[in-house]
Design a protein around this ligand. Structure first.
Ligand code: RB5
Length: 148
């Protein structure tokens, strides 16, 4: 799978670990930064990842900051993005089954790397269920046209 990944300084270390795992699993990964623990602004890294996923250049995006909150808020400003902030494997599975999320956000200061890796695996492996959930996702998409 083609995956775009990004973090701020608060998520840098976990991003590096997740990136290595994804490469080991055979995914094609592009890293949109940041590239150190030096303080940066998370919207500058969430935005390009979300844009590339929205444009269809990447199937999925993964964003990591201290809490995952800033990344998810930013990514969800981009038309076509359904970013889920997830810190447990149940939600990782459900947000694929029911929300067809295309970007995953996590917080390095919230969970450890072991759980984060399991979340990423479950999120990548789970297919969207469609059916009644497709109708609901369409209603989310329709809201993008009503934004002022
Ligand atoms: C950076 O200190 C921190 O605010 C950021 O990583 C993130 O948690 C924001 O939501």
């Amino acid at each position: 799978m083609k995956i775009a990944i990004g973090s701020d300084h608060g998520g840098y270390r976990l991003k590096e670990e997740i990136k290595s795992m994804l490469v080991e699993l055979g995914h094609e990964v592009e890293d949109f930064g940041c590239h150190s623990c030096q303080s940066v602004d998370y919207p500058d890294y969430a935005s390009p990842v979300a844009q590339k996923v929205a444009e269809g250049e990447f199937e999925r995006g993964i964003l990591i900051c201290g809490t995952g909150i800033g990344m998810s808020i930013t990514a969800n400003k981009i038309k076509g993005i359904r970013c889920a902030l997830v810190h447990d494997t149940f939600s990782a599975r459900m947000t694929r089954l029911h929300n067809d999320s295309n970007v995953l956000a996590m917080g390095e200061r919230v969970i450890g790397p072991g759980l984060a890796k399991e979340i990423v695996k479950v999120w990548l492996e789970t297919e969207f269920e469609g059916g009644r959930h497709a109708r609901r996702v369409e209603k989310i998409t329709a809201l993008e046209e009503t934004r002022g």
